[in-house]
Design a protein around this ligand. Structure first.
Ligand SMILES: NC(=O)c1ccc[n+]([C@@H]2O[C@H](COP(=O)([O-])OP(=O)(O)OC[C@H]3O[C@@H](n4cnc5c(N)ncnc54)[C@H](O)[C@@H]3O)[C@@H](O)[C@H]2O)c1
Length: 269
């Protein structure tokens, strides 16, 4: 693969059964000798170059076994949409704590953490923000990702574990609506971004927005140049088709006002 740099022996991918885990399963094999796949649901048979260790992120003992022996972690696992707080608490907050504790115990040096644009979902679509803007979560889900980012910073400051907090925009095969023309991240660019995070010589604790090279954007990654991510895809090629099949937004609707889109109104409260 053109953008792959093999930097690790045993790489753990959590959330491997999910949408992005499935997209990354083949792509990440080039980044390591052995790809360890994990999820709480089944992943089928391990293929060549793979091993499978199932774990529920909320179970510390299972997470410890999942992490033992790996060099680095790409953490995609967890609840990926708005949900009741009790569920978010277990999968995303306790889960992230269990992951970093296991990483500390087992000497893992670098983590790529799937954070989210919903950490900053209450900024307006007419604003451009960068990683140093304060968090403005748009729900419990975004709040849990903000916790994960702070947790990662604590484990960097105390224990030197480097993390890239990747605030993924919308990573799907194609942008589905007008909002995603700004937030879209192609699967290949997601892999390029993870490869950059895994291979840059000094990562530290870094926050980077995960987006392709889209003409319309709300996010400025100029403070994460050291990561070395250069997007090669763009949502612009989908613009005409997306406009043809979607309505113009109601500009008085919070969904069109705020960067978080429909997430700013989603959920149990
Ligand atoms: N897809 C996107 O556009 C997008 C945008 C922003 C952030 N993200 C983040 O990227 C990651 C992957 O997203 P996705 O779209 O593939 O989500 P997904 O929901 O398709 O996959 C998440 C996976 O995590 C697993 N999981 C959930 N709870 C778990 C638990 N307690 N223990 C173990 N595994 C558990 C699920 O079984 C699932 O396979 C998520 O952390 C999500 O929050 C994704």
């Amino acid at each position: 693969m053109e953008n792959t740099l093999k930097t690790h022996h045993r790489l753990l991918l959590t959330g491997a059964a999910g949408g992005l885990g499935t997209a990354l399963r083949d792509r990440l094999k080039g980044n390591c000798d052995v790809l360890r796949l994990s999820d709480k649901v089944g992943l089928g048979e391990a293929q060549a170059g793979e091993e499978i260790v199932l774990a529920d992120l909320s179970n510390a003992a299972e997470v410890d076994a999942m992490v033992a022996g790996v060099d680095t972690i790409v953490h995609m696992g967890g609840i990926s949409v708005e949900a009741p707080f009790a569920a978010i608490l277990q999968a995303n907050i306790v889960g992230a704590y269990n992951l970093y504790e296991a990483a500390r115990k087992h000497g893992v040096k670098r983590v790529v953490f799937a954070s989210s644009n919903h950490v900053t979902g209450f900024y307006k679509q007419s604003e451009t923000i960068h990683a140093d803007h304060p968090a403005r979560p748009d729900g419990f889900y975004g709040l849990s990702k903000a916790f994960g980012e702070d947790l990662a910073r604590l484990y960097f400051d105390r224990h030197g574990i480097e993390t890239a907090c990747v605030r993924i925009g919308s990573s799907f095969a194609e942008p589905k609506d007008r909002r995603m023309l700004a937030t879209w991240l192609s699967f290949d660019d997601l892999h390029r971004l993870i490869t950059a995070c895994l291979s840059t010589p000094v990562l530290g604790h870094s926050t980077i927005f995960g987006m392709s090279n889209n003409a319309v954007t709300w996010w400025d990654n100029s403070r994460a140049r050291h990561v070395g991510f250069v997007a090669q895809d763009t949502s612009d090629v989908f613009r005409e088709a997306v406009y043809a099949r979607t309505q113009a937004p109601d500009l008085s609707d919070p969904v069109a006002i705020y960067q978080g889109g429909s997430f700013v109104k989603a959920g149990p409260f």
